[in-house]
Ligand binder design. Structure first.
Ligand code: NAP
Length: 248
């Protein structure tokens, strides 16, 4: 898979935050990008515009990753229009935080359905195409807390730990067809997801980071670009931690 060749890149949750940062990183490498989002169509239009301004081409579609049918249509659209699916980035995610004794079943289900089952749907649909191509890159977005645990986030942490097991199992299943499957585990990254933290909580979080700052979406996008490149051809089933040293 040569870096210079135009590739078809799929990114879930590409309308905002880390997903938009990943779309922008691929735009600079001149790829054909398809991304999805759940509800914020203005943000999606903005991602399309920013990618175009960077010289790339991105199509955003409203697709709930929790729906197998919607995901299948999304992946097939990309294949119908370009004939390929080279990179599948499973980034879409939500939080519904709460202590376990008060956590509502719906909050458990929503987080698992979107964060974990969503990745399952995307991997299943994309890997069918990649298996025929005999090449592909699947990159899943987990989290530092999927390894460390975090009070108040049992549902989210379970989904992110599940992503790591999913990554390793699928990596073993698909390796013989030259499809690599890896995960990136962001630490504390400045996005809408973390914007609701009050200043004191933010300061306490940054104080735990040896590199002394929150991460940026570009920090995560750089690792995704690496895993999608030829430089990472011999890496599969791995979790790359990008957290400024907050967890070692
Ligand atoms: P964000 O700013 O809240 O953006 C989330 C994105 O996911 C949005 O584009 C959103 O679309 C989309 N999305 C949500 N539910 C969806 C669904 N059911 N189907 C399709 N798209 C959906 O989040 P972020 O901070 O960039 O996080 C991105 C990923 O990194 C997540 O998996 C998150 O768990 C992980 N992560 C983030 C951090 C952090 O510090 N920010 C740390 C570790 C891991 P809409 O706007 O339309 O809802």
């Amino acid at each position: 898979m040569a870096d210079a060749v135009k590739r078809t890149i799929l990114v879930t949750g590409g309308s905002r935050g880390i997903g938009r940062g990943i779309c922008m990183a691929f735009a600079q490498a001149d790829n054909r990008i398809y991304f999805n989002y759940l509800s914020d169509s203005e943000a999606a239009a903005q991602t399309e515009k920013l990618v175009a301004e960077a010289g790339g081409c991105a199509t955003g579609r409203r697709v709930n990753v929790a729906s197998e049918k919607e995901v299948s249509e999304f992946v097939n659209l990309a294949q119908d229009e370009t004939g390929r699916v080279d990179v599948m980035v499973n980034n879409a995610g939500i939080t519904r935080d709460g202590l376990i004794v008060r956590m509502k079943e719906a909050d458990w289900d929503d987080v698992l359905d979107i964060n974990l089952k969503g990745a399952f749907h995307c991997i299943k649909a994309a890997s069918k195409i990649m298996l025929k191509q005999r090449c592909g890159r699947i990159i899943n977005v987990t989290s530092v807390v999927g390894v460390s645990g975090n009070p108040g986030q049992a549902n989210y942490v379970a989904s992110k730990a599940g992503i790591i097991g999913l990554t390793k199992s699928v990596a073993k299943e698909l390796a013989s067809r030259d499809i690599t499957v890896n995960a990136v585990a962001p630490g504390f990254i400045e996005t809408d997801m973390t914007a609701s933290l009050v200043d004191k909580a933010r300061e306490a979080m940054v104080a735990q980071i040896p590199l002394g700052r929150a991460g940026t979406v570009q920090d995560i996008a750089a690792a995704v670009m690496f895993l999608a490149s030829d430089h990472a051809a011999y890496i599969t089933g791995q979790v790359i931690h990008i957290n400024g040293g907050m967890y070692m």
